[in-house]
Design a protein around this ligand. Structure first.
Ligand code: ADP
Ligand code: MG
Length: 464
């Protein structure tokens, strides 16, 4: 496919991404190669590529697929570098954003460390190190545990189970452990991959009748890291295989590190024996970020960008503004800063508060989004396996009334609605009924740790 053809294809993206985004991010992309399922684009800066990958990668891929081009993955190359054959372009130079995350279909084999040539792991992101990980109250425990494991000493807890909402640094910490081990203990076989890749590998082994090879390979590692393990919930044969691999390694006293978006006991459709195995080691959670941590992360990134975009000034108060306004997750926060720098450097302007408000309007608006009582009711109903209609209905059965009160409590806690307003949304109940429900849950949660846990989980899911 030529760049001209691409020029026509990309216009189909206008309706999807909007005219402004199209002009800023899509139009400057030059397709320089399409080979082996990889579409290679030229971009003005690494951040430009990163940004496009994260925000428009799926759209672009779909658009290419629709036009008949077989594309599995997008890669980006900074314009001044000569395009090289895709098969030798290294992930770092091509600034492809997190291949392991964005390209679930293909196991990555190209940018592995040389000592791991026989290991089917995912490539590590060079930026995810301990040095670049900002430690704050919400993540200090997880960080300390990761540091301990990264020393590679005798195994003291197995597995290390890290969990927390999306974008809070689980993958970052796991990569940091792997980097550290590869540097300090180059003889150890360290294998990092996502649960999805584990499954993909396993299915492939089944298909190719190479299950024995698969087994012996996974049993030969010294440190196994499996990211986003919630992914294998409900996938029976993969779970089974994972369980056996896990046990074999634990028996050999090999370190295992697992991450998930929630605690082991809370992962639905995960076999009980696996849940209890996962709970045997050290289970640590990454809490949602607080203002200080967010500001710390932004300051660190800004420091890095100062080096990248020498001379690009940022006004006082911009970072504070972002840390205050974007509270969802670190990935969004970083994305905002990345876009801001990319944009400011493209238009050659200083980064001011006005520029930030302008350029990040969509992100700021999304972060402003208020949690609705409907959403709370839906999540709570889902969690307790009752019908949404029972939330507002009249049933007084304990198994329904209690979840309903939990939803009332969360509505009071997580939204700014008044008691009468909440009452109206719970089938026109009186505000005293709501107050009673809220108090009831407060009392019970102080005594009943299961209920307290439920509430914590629900809060996390809702504020995710
Ligand atoms: P998760 O795997 O938990 O969804 P990631 O590890 O992918 O999240 O983190 C999302 C982004 O936020 C990454 O770019 C990561 O570098 C960054 N990040 C998260 N927490 C921190 C931190 N404490 N310090 C620096 N960067 C962080
Ligand atoms: Mg992750």
């Amino acid at each position: 496919m030529t760049n001209e053809t691409w020029g026509q294809i990309r216009e189909g993206l206008i309706s999807r991404v909007g005219r402004n985004n199209y002009t800023t991010w899509i139009e400057p992309l030059r397709l320089s190669q399409l080979e082996g399922g990889v579409a290679l684009f030229e971009v003005p800066t690494p951040f430009f590529g990163d940004w496009v990958q994260r925000n428009y990668g799926d759209h672009i891929r779909n658009q290419l697929l629709t036009s008949g081009a077989l594309v599995e993955r997008l890669e980006f190359l900074v314009g001044t570098e000569a395009p090289r054959p895709a098969a030798t372009a290294s992930a770092e130079r091509a600034a492809s954003a997190r291949p392991a995350v964005t390209a679930p279909a293909a196991p990555q084999t190209r940018s592995r460390a040389p000592q791991d040539d026989d290991l089917p792991g995912a490539p590590l992101d060079g930026r995810f190190t301990f040095e670049s990980f900002v430690v704050g109250k919400p993540n200090e425990l997880a960080h300390a545990a990761a540091r301990r494991v990264a020393e590679g000493g005798p195994v003291t807890f197995n597995p290390l189970f890290l969990y927390g909402g999306v974008g809070l640094g689980k993958t970052h910490l796991m990569h940091a452990i792997a980097h550290e081990l590869r540097e300090q203990k180059p003889d150890l076989k360290v294998l990092y991959l996502s649960a999805e890749q584990f499954m993909y590998r396993f299915i492939q082994a089944l298909r190719d009748k190479q299950v024995m090879d698969f087994k012996s390979l996974f049993r030969s590692v010294d440190v196994l890291m499996v990211d986003d393990v919630q992914f294998i919930a409900g996938k029976d044969s993969t779970q089974e295989e994972f369980f056996h691999t896990f046990n074999a390694l634990v028996d050999q006293n090999k370190q295992i590190i697992i991450s998930a978006d929630r605690a082991p006991g809370e992962i639905k459709d995960l076999e009980d024996r696996i849940k209890s195995r996962l709970q045997c080691g050290l289970v640590v959670d990454l809490h949602p970020t607080d203002y200080e941590l967010r500001l710390g992360i932004l300051q660190q990134k800004a420091e890095f960008y100062r080096g990248q975009y020498g001379g690009l000034a940022i006004s006082h108060g911009v970072l504070e503004f972002l840390a205050h306004r974007i509270t969802t997750n670190v990935r969004v926060l970083e994305g905002a800063l990345t876009r801001l720098y990319a944009f400011a450097s493209l238009v050659g302007r200083e980064i001011t508060l006005e520029l930030a408000q302008d350029c990040l309007a969509d992100i700021l608006r999304a972060s402003d989004r208020k949690l609705s009582i409907e959403e709370i009711q839906r999540k709570v109903a889902e969690h307790y396996n009752i019908r949404l209609s029972d939330m507002i209905g009249p049933k007084r059965l304990r198994t329904i009334a209690r979840p309903r009160q939990v939803a009332m409590y969360l509505s009071k806690q997580l939204t700014s609605r008044s008691l009468p307003e909440i009452g109206r949304r719970f089938g026109g109940r009186d505000h005293t009924t709501i107050m009673h429900g809220v108090r009831k849950i407060e009392e019970l949660a102080a005594l009943d740790s299961q209920l307290a846990d439920d509430i914590q989980l629900l809060k996390r899911l809702l504020q995710g």
